[in-house]
Write a protein that binds this ligand. Sequence first.
Ligand SMILES: [Zn+2]
Length: 718
Amino acid sequence: MTWSRALKVVPVLALVVVLGASSVAPSERAMPEAAALTLIKDGKTFATIVIPEQASLYEAKAANALQKFLQRMSNAQVPIKKDNENVSGTIVSVGLTSFVPTDIKKNLKIGEKLALTDSTRDSFVVLTRGRMVFLVGHRDLATLFSVYHFLEGLGCRWFFGCEAGEVIPQSPTIEVGVKNDYQIPDFAVRFQFQWGGLQKGPIVADQRQEWLVSTDGNAGPLKDQQEWYERNLLTPEPVPGESGHNYEEIWPLSLFGTHPEYFGEINGIRRKDAQPCLSNPEVIKLGINWAEWQLLKNPANEIVTFAPRDGNPYCQCAECRKLGNPADQNMYLANQVAKALRAKYPDKMVALWAYADSAVSPHIKADGYDQGQDRIIVELKNIYSKLPFEKLIRAWSKVSHNLFVYTYTDWYFYGWQWGAEGNPIYYLDQMANCYPDWKKQGVHLIANHTELSWGKVGFSRYVQAKKLWNVNTDTRSLQWDFAQKMFPSAPEAFYNYTSLGVELFSEVNWAKPESNHREFLRQAYRILEDIRQKVKTPEEKRRWQWYALYLHEQLLEYNLRLARTDAEKEAAIKALVSYLKGINSFNITDAFGAIEGIYAPRLGKDTVGRGLGVIDIFDEKIPSGERALRRILPDIPPQPIDLGKVDDLFNEDRDRVALFQPAESVEILHDQKAKALADEGWNTPTGISRRPTDFTRRGVKIDFDLPWIKAANSHSGE
Ligand SMILES: [Zn+2]
């Protein structure tokens, strides 16, 4: 990583920020180092940003972003001009300008049509030649990536998709050393599905509207979230054509009346609840028609997805048995569809799911596999498979070169379990252990189900973005960089704070998380007090306030955990809800989702009879839209947040937490639910892909003389 080496030579708030020469290509090392190019000196501009005469939207966006952040760093505005205008001084060429030399275009395969699974699509360069800096990618989105990568080299960071995680260093002089940085990601598609941030649909939209009005009217965050993906080089949108369970849409259940033979035969009987009978040519024909209709309707789609019904049994008829197991049946379908589409849609790919019953070893290869020309994408879900996930990937890598891993991490806890909803949970071990291997096995696409909860999962989302770009990115270096950039006056203390999340919540006994939660609060308040004593700048103070607000929410959750009587529980939930509404605009947690999905059901009664039953959120007499609105608990007003009083709030909390009994030990164990599922042979998000590392120590009772608190300084030794 270029910037982590630059860390050694460039102080965090250096007056002069020079891009390190650490990524100079070997062939250029012998050459005398060219003088640094000056962009801005003592607040005066010496450069011009140049874009193509016919700049695309992304190219213009990239140039504007560069201009904006250089200005925020230096207070100087670098002008933007077209490549057919006269310019002098240093030229920063953004996108495919007429200045871009042929060899760069060739390297980036500009003009070539690349497959969705080819990571060269997102490749870009940051390089200097003469008095020019080139920021350009294979495609326009990658040009935007090149600009953010360049800015990252200057010290900018976007740790979270909100102001608290934004770091823009101040520097009246900005120079660029010799650069020859060619970047290509390890995975072609790098996506985080953000629960709470990308929800669509009329009821949810209305609810959100109501919610925004009832809290602070802040509708801004979604745009920030979108930009966060781009700034961290993630794929900003799901793959066009990706879909959830859709077999019922392709083969509607209404067909059963006239064509029971289209449906699976289970124990000799055709059943409406079975998956389709995929050996039937008519069934395949319907699938092909549906795929063609999809591509006709959505010409921009890159794939058509065939996603089985959720948990329904596969056909056992003689012909289907000849095809093989459920994995083979789905592969047979995908091959037939791909064959039919090939002539008319040579660029499109067909995706199938390895999920539940079809998450087994396939025997049928994707057509063209042996020639390395297969075009079937296999989506492997890391829940509901009976094969250990590593084996599942290995098995499918023998029939497809285009694997798509879909993981569920943070989201798993979301409303499924009661208690510790907002605790910071990190899954750094999964990334460190699995990503390099997944890459070797032919995984080109990764998506992760996560949350719009930056206080809870912000750091792991950031680490994931970096690991998806480069699987060998060193996690501890990222953690130390995060600490240094967020709190330059107290990096050791903040490093320890992030270690709390890693150590206490990577793998917790979720049936008994009280001691972990209590210990988290004890340590976190102690560390945050230490940080408060040290912070100097207004930015640090604002970030400190943000963490203080997050910890208060954690304490309110802990209050609920301690509540014994129904009256105490009701009061604790109402306090939480009011506070969550108050902090909505800070993006600390997905307040809307937590209230709608967790706390409203706890005030009501859920389907298994849990909950206080003091409100009726399922009342059949209330129209469904209104019923949905009740889940945001309109009678509970938001608690006003006064930033001038955060210190007082913190003092009160700190004094209370100081009285908590220290835990003799905390347990880092499988949660009971995961264990029960694992005992039945199922993978679970917590149970799979986890091996003890120095991030988690499964089964080890952590000594409360926490070793990492002391050891942290040794990580900063470089
Ligand atoms: Zn069949």
